[in-house]
Design a protein around this ligand. Structure first.
Ligand SMILES: NC(=O)c1ccc[n+]([C@@H]2O[C@H](COP(=O)([O-])OP(=O)(O)OC[C@H]3O[C@@H](n4cnc5c(N)ncnc54)[C@H](O)[C@@H]3O)[C@@H](O)[C@H]2O)c1
Length: 336
């Protein structure tokens, strides 16, 4: 039988280090793939290409599944973000970001039983990139929210809740102020919710949501929200469960899925062999489940839980002393 093809974008900064670690762990569980390596980010720009080259977009579209390391977006210089381009061009409308307490991971919320999923809209909102200089002293940006965009995102979040046996979906918004845009999002949320009477549907204003997340995070189940709120709230949730080194994500479209960590390219620690690969590894676990390789996904998940609970081989961001290589070897041993 031919191997499953998977596109790999190692990316910039710590990207290549954590991608190598993740693929080593996947292969150690017996998962075989034909990995197709693609350019993107600063590395692509340095080769004279676009931050997200057409060849990379075409290859991901054709292969249908990609594992992506973080890419650096240079400030200024007119380069658009590789991530925003990929998500918009492949219409990866849902950004799924789970946040789950791991045993043994220390932090102010370690005693809370957090197990929530943020479903963030990925192509609209202020990230549509429509900015202009209205006057030398006034810059403006346009927030784009569409009814079909809201509908498909909300439907995806309820379907996800059903698939995962979850009980509640909460819309996060600011409809009290943004009457038309967030008002439309909320209206569509409650319309779609009628098709899922078995799931509790409610809503919360984004500022109150942040306060609730740091006081009673365990109350939340699935949160569905627009692009900007989702970007911010998902980093907050990553902080609740141990930091960016542990926060996975998936960008889902009708025909394509790109799996990547929430964090960026971490230039401050790149090349030092200390990056925590767990966020990308757990993104790869989401990829395995997407492809139906549930046994391998379970083995890796249990291994991460065991290594974290044991606490002897944690990376520096989690208060340990292990480098990327030692941690990766330990995950492989425990997954054995
Ligand atoms: N999906 C993506 O490709 C993506 C996402 C966010 C930011 N970025 C880009 O990444 C670059 C750097 O952004 P930033 O510094 O704001 O955010 P960042 O997420 O790269 O880093 C924030 C902090 O978290 C730490 N950190 C992040 N991931 C870690 C890991 N796996 N292990 C240990 N520590 C980790 C870093 O060392 C840093 O101190 C920017 O160019 C930004 O545009 C890319």
């Amino acid at each position: 039988m031919s191997k499953r093809r998977i596109a790999v974008i190692p990316g910039d900064g710590i990207g290549p280090e954590i991608t190598k670690a993740t693929i080593a762990i996947l292969e150690a569980t017996g998962f075989e793939a034909e990995w197709t390596y693609l350019d993107a980010g600063l590395g692509a720009i340095e080769k004279g290409l676009e931050a997200m080259p057409e060849t990379t977009i075409d290859a991901v579209r054709e292969i249908g599944v990609a594992l992506k390391g973080p890419t650096t977006t240079p400030s200024g210089g007119g380069h658009s973000s590789a991530n925003v381009t990929l998500r918009r061009r492949l219409d990866l409308f849902a950004n799924v970001r789970p946040a789950q307490t791991l045993p043994g991971v220390k932090g102010p919320f370690a005693d809370k039983d957090i197990d929530l999923i943020i479903v963030r809209e990925n192509t609209e909102d202020l990230y549509a990139g429509i900015e202009y200089q209205a006057h030398p002293d006034v810059a403006q940006a346009i927030k784009v929210i569409t009814r079909p965009g809201c509908r498909r995102l909300v439907k995806y979040s309820f379907e996800l809740a059903v698939r995962q046996g979850r009980h509640r979906v909460t819309a996060v918004h600011k409809a009290n102020i943004m009457k038309l845009t967030d008002g439309m999002f909320l209206e569509e949320f409650y319309k779609v919710a009628q098709d899922y009477p078995q799931i509790k549907a409610d809503d919360v204003i984004v500022d109150n949501c942040c306060m609730q997340l740091v006081t009673r995070p365990e109350q939340f189940d699935v949160l569905v929200t627009e692009n900007l709120y989702g970007d911010i709230v998902s980093d907050l949730c990553a902080g609740l469960v141990g930091g960016l080194g542990l926060a996975p994500g998936a960008n889902i479209g009708e025909n394509c899925a790109v799996f990547e960590a929430v964090h960026g390219s971490a230039p401050d620690i790149a090349g030092r062999g200390v990056a925590n690969p767990t966020a990308l590894l757990l993104s790869a676990v989401m990829m395995l489940r997407h492809l139906g390789f549930n046994a391998q996904a379970d083995r890796i998940t249990h291994s991460v839980q065991r290594v974290c609970a044991d606490g002897h081989c944690l990376t520096i961001d989690l208060g340990g002393k292990a480098g990327t290589r030692e941690y990766t070897e330990e995950i492989i041993v425990q997954a054995g």
